[in-house]
Design a protein around this ligand. Structure first.
Ligand code: PBG
Length: 323
């Protein structure tokens, strides 16, 4: 036998030499959940190790993460039912705790990269990402609200806006609004190919943001399709996005590769709540090795072509690197 592939696997040193893909803490964005008030650190039952923080506690958490090398954060708000309405008005109220929190984070840690979420669902009494009328999600009317929310978040100091709503035309609409108001250097990480997925369950628990009726299939993509992702990516590039995201990650590794092979923009993948909780739940029963499963998942997402991974494992990963 002249060809023995096992020779390149015979020692750790050789395996390291031939390793094609590696994940570093600099590839990761850590999603965090913000609540109003102070001194709150409330565990999310369906996401072991993940909490909802009030701003004072979130600043401690961020400081700890910065010390572990994590430099990028995506902050989501959890609003109480009484502040929700059909038009997500609270989302651009300058006094609202989310916008004040973003500002505080950026003032305190100007060097970090701060990403925010642009969508109506955390503020919507219907729990949808757009305005609901007679059971339908209105597209163009929703854009106006997304633009107001984006301006308010830009004004609060975020570096990257993350439109996660899947309305048509929102990236261009937001980009134009930003430009008109002088926010020419605010980036947009578009949720380009966001699928109508069962893997968002724990996130909706964390934010109490599940839709009050129906599902999100008229705006999020059908898990059976990949060609639509090319249409969405074309539009996002044209409309001025800086990053293209695929979400979820694991069931969509082919879509990550498709976009990475076809577009010069950096590709991000969102390793979503359900993907995280599956690992945590089975590890808690001793059924899988949590650290190894985490590494394998993150590595596979990078191998598929994502440069950036949004993941609830960010802190666990950073700790495992410093051990
Ligand atoms: C909604 C939004 C969702 C997530 C991020 N932004 C959920 C949804 O579309 O219902 C999910 C993230 C996760 O599951 O970790 N705008």
């Amino acid at each position: 036998m002249y060809r023995r592939p096992r020779r390149n696997r015979k020692s750790e040193a050789i395996r390291n030499l031939v390793q094609e893909t590696s994940v570093g803490v600099e590839d990761l964005i850590f999603p965090l959940f913000l609540v109003s008030g102070e001194k709150k650190k409330i565990p999310v039952d369906s996401m072991p190790g993940i909490f909802r923080f009030s701003i004072d506690q979130m600043l401690f958490e961020i400081e700890e993460c910065l010390n572990l090398g994590i430099k990028s954060f995506d902050v989501f708000p959890a609003y109480p039912e009484e502040l929700k309405d059909p038009f997500a008005k609270e989302s651009y109220n300058p006094e609202t705790f989310y916008l004040k929190g973003l500002r505080e984070i950026k003032n305190r840690f100007p060097e970090l990269c701060l990403m925010s979420d642009v969508a109506m669902d955390p503020y919507s009494s219907d729990g949808h990402d757009g305005i609901v009328q007679n059971g339908k999600i209105l597209n163009d009317e929703t854009l106006e609200i997304l633009a107001k929310m984006s301006l308010a978040q830009a004004d609060a100091g975020v570096d990257i806006l993350g439109p996660s709503d899947m309305m048509d035309g929102r990236v261009g609409f937001i980009r134009e609004e930003l430009d008109q108001h002088g926010f020419t250097d605010i980036s947009i990480m578009s949720y380009t190919a966001k699928y109508a997925s069962a893997f968002y369950g724990p996130f909706r628990d964390a934010l109490d943001s599940a839709p009050k009726f129906g599902d999100k299939k008229t705006y999020q993509m059908n898990p059976a399709n990949s060609k639509e992702a090319l249409i969405e990516a074309d539009l996002d590039v044209e409309e001025g996005a800086d990053f293209l995201m695929v979400k979820p990650a694991l069931s969509y590794l082919d879509v990550i590769k498709l976009l990475n092979d076809n577009y010069p923009l950096p590709i991000a993948a969102y390793n979503v709540s359900g993907e995280y909780s599956m690992v945590k739940a089975s590890a808690a029963r001793g059924w899988i090795d949590e650290d190894r499963a985490m590494m394998e998942i993150l590595t596979s997402i990078k191998r598929a072509g994502a440069k950036i991974i949004l993941t609830y494992f960010a802190k666990d990963f950073a700790k495992s690197q410093s051990r």
